[in-house]
Write a protein of this length. Structure first.
Length: 170
């Protein structure tokens, strides 16, 4: 296998776990969002937009993991890094969520400034924040799993989750 294909495979395998996790998580959020707005006639989220969002957030997670300050608390209990990373990923997700809505309004108005004004006047903030609360919960679960996997190692976690159950002696 060539060096380029080897690097592509390596990057693909790195982005796969967060992308799959967020693909499932975003579908849960999309389902909740669609149930919230069903009677309002607002366009519902499609699987394609969920896939794009999960790919973007999966790549954002990998890029953020390369930042020198991402593992800020390696010597402290895991919860420090879990909360730290959850905060960082949440800020990025809020930005992505807002930009996603902004792009729709920008296309409609033809102007970024007008699109932003329209978005701010039309956005249903309780729905926006309900989605963010769900997303923060999903990000927290993801960060917890990642930190546990980082400390125990991927094979040990796989064995714990999918291996033969441990026998107890009573």
């Amino acid at each position: 296998m060539s060096k380029v294909m080897s690097k592509v495979k390596e990057e693909f395998l790195k982005v796969l776990p967060p992308t799959i996790f967020f693909f499932v998580a975003f579908h849960v959020i999309a389902l909740a969002r669609n149930l919230l707005i069903k009677a309002s006639g607002i366009e519902v989220t499609t699987t394609v937009s969920v896939l794009v969002a999960s790919l973007v957030l999966g790549k954002v997670v990998l890029l953020a993991d390369m930042l020198p300050f991402i593992n800020r608390y390696p010597e402290k209990p895991l919860i420090y890094n879990v909360f730290w990373k959850t905060g960082i990923y949440t800020l990025v997700s809020i930005l992505i969520h807002y930009i996603e809505h902004l792009i729709e309004h920008w296309r409609e108005t033809g102007s970024l400034a007008k699109g932003n004004r329209e978005l701010l006047s039309q956005i249903v903030w309780p729905h926006f924040w309900a989605v963010q609360i769900l997303l923060v919960s999903m990000i927290f679960i993801y960060c917890t799993g990642r930190e546990i996997t980082r400390v125990l190692g991927p094979q040990k976690v796989r064995d714990m989750l999918f291996g033969a159950p441990a026998r107890t002696h009573g």
